[in-house]
Design a protein around this ligand. Structure first.
Ligand SMILES: [Zn+2]
Ligand SMILES: [Zn+2]
Length: 268
């Protein structure tokens, strides 16, 4: 029997069998993945049993970052909403920090626009036309310009895709990724067909997390800002090093030694 998912961020996103303990890997996937907002109606609504499912991998350079499953009726915009990378997190953090510090932001920040380049067609979303530099570059080389279409109007069923072929995804201004469709199959009877679950994150790279600046071994769990005793700001620390540095020994009460810094959990 499957147990229902709960909304707690530390509870696995994957379905657990009764008595099963969530694995750290699934916890990481859940914490890293914010499913796109869905209307209450579509939460339980299922897609057709005749649907095609696709598996798509997102790369940065040669590094595979994540893989998602989508169903045929979903649009490129649905996929775009699920795709993010370290740049997305950094930009969000910067925006939050500027707001928190109430700093007047004079630097132009990348727009929400994005682009797919699939089988010689450019698919766009957002107000900024990210295809402009590409089209200008192509016209300078007197190459025929590819047609442009709206992501929201294009479903995976509309596309003619080749498995294993490299396509382009671009967002956050000029953050470019390779997109590869790796599998295509018909829905099985046992598949979870709830629309709200898709695009579904099915794999995610584990490495790439910041390491602790002190021991240089463990993954950082805390990001310390403005600590005058640290070499850098932000300074990344693992659980162990942070408690040794910022807290008294348990035998001495385990209290915080100082409070002249800010500390945030590492966004992984
Ligand atoms: Zn990116
Ligand atoms: Zn450490």
């Amino acid at each position: 029997r499957m147990l229902p998912n709960t909304e707690h961020p530390l509870v696995s996103f994957g379905q657990l069998l009764e008595g099963e303990v969530p694995s750290r890997r699934e916890e990481l996937i859940y914490r890293n993945y914010m499913p796109p907002p869905v209307s209450p109606k579509s939460c339980t609504e299922k897609f057709s049993i005749d649907s095609v499912l696709l598996r798509v991998a997102l790369y940065k350079g040669e590094r595979r970052q994540a893989e998602y499953e989508v169903y045929g009726e979903q649009t490129l915009l649905d996929l775009r909403r699920s795709l993010s990378c370290a740049t997305t997190k950094i930009l969000k953090w910067q925006a939050d920090e500027l707001k928190r510090q109430q700093v007047e932001n004079t630097v132009r920040r990348p727009s929400e626009s994005a682009l797919f380049y699939i089988e010689d067609v450019v698919y766009l979303c957002g107000e900024e036309d990210l295809a402009k530099p590409l089209l200008e570059w192509l016209s300078r080389r007197s190459t025929a310009c590819p047609p442009t279409r709206d992501m929201a109007d294009t479903s995976f069923e509309d596309l003619q895709l080749q498995l294993g072929k490299q396509y382009i995804f671009m967002h956050n201004g000029d953050c470019e990724h390779t997109l590869i469709f790796t599998r295509c199959w018909l829905t099985e009877h046992t598949a979870d067909r709830r629309r709200s679950l898709y695009p579904r994150l099915v794999w995610q790279a584990k490495d790439g997390a910041a390491k602790c600046h002190v021991c240089d071994k463990l993954a950082a769990t805390w990001e310390v800002h403005g600590d005058k005793l640290a070499d850098t700001s932000p300074c990344f620390l693992c659980e162990q090093c942070r408690y040794q540095w910022h807290y008294a020994r348990v035998s001495e009460g385990g209290h915080a030694l100082r409070s002249d810094y800010q500390v945030y959990p590492v966004i992984t």
